[in-house]
Design a protein around this ligand. Structure first.
Ligand code: FNR
Length: 409
């Protein structure tokens, strides 16, 4: 190495050292070497709350309004993940690993985002994921959600532990609603819930598979500890299920929890023989299970990690979606949820092979912030963003979204 090279090498080391130092970063910013971040000029300010739903620019604008409106324990129940919340964050961050590849020179003057899901046509592939106890966020609870789903013609999946019965939800939606099933530890309870949902007109039962232990919801507990109200005045001991309308008239036999440790493929076979309507499995993350589901004659699956609420350290759903699509090979529709907040997130999953995308927390933000108009606006924003994303991609309809429009980086 010549002295000249030695000089260059040490100069490079010095530059690397400087680049890593916070002093240099500040200096560079002052000299205009770092491009300005638009957010520096108009930062999102959680203290400047939107006063009505029409002011929202995106779904995130609703969350601080909900935080202000609902008790800390209830906000914590909505927001929490498990342990270090690595999966909760990965659900958002992993979308950055997938970049869009727009195709130009395609006529996008008409965009059709309508979707067919298990034989029914909806105005969009955006589905209301089942979430429990919606009256913890607004007195109108699931009824407000159902009416908002009606306004935008969305598929709604009602939770077993909703504060509204499946009959009332279907009446408010003015159309069939899917029923999400927690089987509980007792087969008779599952059977009773299925019969009830079928009699009410639910065209599909979505069995949730992933609540197998009591999750360590640390964010929930921390926020709950700041709540000064007397929780016991609304929540009794061991009456979690018996207070939920879907269990009315069903003998609980001492069961008081949705944690299920005894579900196996034998239970699914038994359910397949019992359920007369479509049977959907929610909470699939491994492609092996997706393949077994298709083999077992299941009508659809929801690829889901429950929004990072049941276990930490599992993959973001967008990361496992491609291998699941591959294993299923078109034998049944695949829905996906967990972390979807933008139209661009939604089109990535659709292009990779999902038929529909379920949304959880964002519509609860809208509900807690403004009730039904808030939910309506959240859904309208997501539809508009999805439409724009398809227009930019050069995909006039869902069938034009192909895996080649997404590149994994
Ligand atoms: C849920 N989720 C859920 N899932 C289910 O099958 N039955 C249920 O009762 C509930 N309850 C529930 C309550 C709350 C407050 C949340 C936030 C979520 C999970 C839900 O269906 C969905 O999988 C996730 O919410 C999707 O993730 P995002 O969109 O919230 O990130």
């Amino acid at each position: 190495m010549s002295p000249h090279h030695v000089h260059l090498a040490s100069r490079r080391r010095m530059l690397q050292f400087l680049a890593a130092s916070p002093l240099f970063a500040r200096g560079a910013l002052a000299q205009g070497l770092r491009p300005s971040d638009p957010a520096d000029w108009a930062p999102r300010d959680p203290d400047k709350l939107i006063a009505d739903p029409t002011k929202a620019l995106d779904v995130f604008d609703f969350e601080p309004v909900m935080k202000k409106n609902v008790p800390p324990a209830h906000f914590g129940y909505m927001a929490t993940g498990v342990d270090d919340e690595v999966t909760l964050r990965a659900n958002r961050e992993s979308f950055r690993k997938f970049e869009l590849r727009p195709r130009r020179l395609v006529d996008v003057s008409k965009i059709d985002i309508s979707a067919e899901i298990l034989g029914t046509k909806y105005d969009s592939p955006i589905v209301i994921a089942p979430t429990g106890s919606n009256r913890a966020f607004h007195p109108d609870g699931e009824i407000a959600v159902a009416k908002a789903a009606k306004a935008g013609n969305h598929l709604q999946i009602l939770s077993t532990v909703a504060k509204t019965s499946i009959e009332d939800a279907i009446a408010a939606r003015g159309a069939p609603v899917w029923f999400q099933l927690y089987t509980t530890q007792r087969w008779e309870i599952a059977e009773g819930l299925v019969k009830r949902a079928e009699a009410a007109g639910a065209p599909a039962i979505a069995v949730t598979l992933d609540v197998r232990s009591s999750a360590k919801w640390e964010t929930f507990v921390r926020l709950w500890r700041t709540d000064t109200r007397d929780c016991g005045s609304c929540h009794g001991l061991n009456d979690y299920l018996s207070r939920k309308p879907n269990f009315a008239g069903i003998d609980l036999g001492g069961v008081s929890s949705t944690v299920v440790t005894n579900l196996t493929w034998d239970s699914i076979k038994r359910l397949r023989d019992t359920v007369k309507v479509k049977l959907v499995l929610k909470g699939i993350l491994a492609f092996e299970d997706a393949k077994l589901a298709a083999d077992a004659g299941i009508d659809a699956i929801v690829v889901s990690n429950h929004g990072g609420r049941v276990e930490d350290g599992v993959s973001a759903t967008i990361d496992v979606l491609p291998e699941i699509v591959g294993a299923v090979g078109g034998r049944m529709p695949i829905l996906v949820d967990s972390g979807f907040r933008r139209g661009s997130d939604i089109v990535k999953a659709l292009a990779l092979g999902a038929q529909a995308v379920c949304i959880g927390r964002p519509y609860l933000w809208g509900l807690g912030a403004f009730g039904q108009p808030g939910v309506e606006r959240v859904l309208a924003i997501l539809r508009a963003e999805t439409r724009n994303a398809m227009q930019q991609l050069g995909a006039p309809s869902l069938k034009d979204l192909t895996p080649a429009m997404v590149r994994r980086v």
